[in-house]
Design a protein around this ligand. Structure first.
Ligand SMILES: *Cc1c(COP(=O)(O)O)cnc(C)c1O
Length: 394
């Protein structure tokens, strides 16, 4: 653990979710967060990725997470809004922002530029370039990152990002030329889709980036390969991160030429933060007639992504008296705490037959798109974070 991190982030008072469940007997669901797990994962990225690593704040905007990453030396942050800039700036005043949401209002562009010193903006449409030019004027230190998209391949990721953002190649060519003509620094970027299964998806995009730059006749000094780096889930076991890094590095050299490849950047969300948090829930009712159990968090809380993408089922375990309970299991239908019938997990869970109210269920690998999308619907959905040494990952 980095010494600098300890100056800001105090060591956790609890070992893990088992000790949290015993010490606090939490009535509301809470997130256990392991700063050490996050630091280790960041190190994998910074040691292994052949370029600059930033963090996609939207995947987990908890202040604890931002603090740990800033203390570990992270300098670049991919943000989706001015609010996220304010959050990171409050923790790390020297933070450098990549405003990579391709759609920003004039007011947001102005605040990003004037208040937070942002000099990188993503664009995927001509009108957005014009808006930025109207608001900022000429500034040769501003980078415009043209976000391009390839036709969707159904099997490449768990979460498709291509339907909303990204310019098709022929438009990307024009945007790149437009950025260059206006005196901005042209950059290329893409997002292959969240939880990408195969490094080859990056290769196809890097090949397209080279094609776009060549057709545009514009020198592209930086290529941001987005997020999409996978985490390990029970139903989605990706290749190791190292194979993604090697493949990306080799593709950049192969297509752009040795020594003339652009500087690479990545902006992981899920792949960096998913394994550093778990969600500790509590059983409220066991109804044996219907094999139904009711817990104190659900699809309106930290388990929303599980409903949207059942492939991203988190690992889970039952805890009683500070110990993991095993033994004969049964298949349970698991409901969340709200009165909405949609608030039920998309698959049944295999949990011990002896489960009873008051027991705890810990869901692991819930550091990404969990606390960020948790609502207060029906008065549930706590955002409490309890630091621990280690979190369960299955
Ligand atoms: C969401 C997003 C990310 C992070 O994606 P992950 O799949 O969580 O790694 C990175 N960059 C941009 C522009 C995004 O919108």
């Amino acid at each position: 653990m980095a010494a600098t991190a300890l100056n800001i982030v105090p060591p956790p008072a609890h070992t893990d979710a088992l000790s949290v469940s015993q010490a606090l007997l939490p009535e509301e669901a809470l997130f256990c967060f392991s700063p050490a797990a996050l630091q280790d994962r960041l190190k994998l990225f910074t040691d292994g990725f052949p370029g600059t690593v930033s963090f996609a704040v939207k995947s987990n905007p908890a202040k604890d997470v931002v603090q740990v990453l800033a203390a570990a030396g992270l300098q670049h942050w991919d943000v989706a809004s001015v609010h996220e800039m304010a959050l990171v700036h409050g923790v790390s005043p020297k933070a450098r922002f990549h405003y990579h949401n391709p759609v920003k209002s004039r007011r947001e562009i102005s605040d990003a530029y004037h208040v937070y010193g942002c000099r990188r903006f993503a664009v995927d449409c001509r009108e957005e370039v014009q808006k930025i030019a109207d608001v900022i004027g000429r500034d040769t230190t501003v980078e415009l990152a043209v976000r391009f998209v390839l036709p969707r391949e159904r099997t490449s990721s768990a979460h498709d990002f291509s339907t909303k953002f990204g310019a098709p190649e022929h438009i990307a060519v024009e945007l790149l030329q437009d950025a260059d003509r206006r005196g901005y620094i042209p950059v290329l970027t893409f997002h292959p889709g969240s939880q990408s299964r195969d490094p080859q998806v990056y290769v196809r995009h890097i090949e397209a980036a080279h094609r776009i730059a060549k057709l545009a006749g514009v020198h592209v000094g930086k290529l941001n390969v987005g997020g999409g780096f996978p985490a390990d889930y029970p139903l989605s076991k990706p290749m190791p991160l190292a194979s993604f890094f090697t493949t990306i590095s080799e593709a950049a050299t192969r297509f752009f030429g040795n020594g003339t490849e652009p500087e690479l950047e990545c902006e992981p969300g899920r792949g960096l933060v998913a394994t550093s948090m778990s969600l500790l829930t509590r059983v409220k009712l066991v109804c044996t007639d219907g094999d139904d159990i009711f817990i104190n968090d659900g699809v309106y809380g930290g388990l929303m992504e599980f409903m949207q993408v059942p492939e991203l089922q988190p690992p889970y375990r039952l805890i009683r008296d500070g110990k993991v309970l095993s033994g004969e299991t049964k298949s349970w239908k698991v409901f969340g705490p709200t009165c909405d019938p949609l608030d039920v997990l998309p698959h049944r869970l295999d949990l011990p037959a002896v489960i009873q109210d008051g027991d705890f269920i810990e869901f692991g690998t819930l550091g990404a798109y969990s606390i960020a999308t948790s609502t207060l619907f029906n008065g549930y959905g706590s955002h409490t974070i309890v630091p621990v040494d280690t979190v369960y990952t299955g």
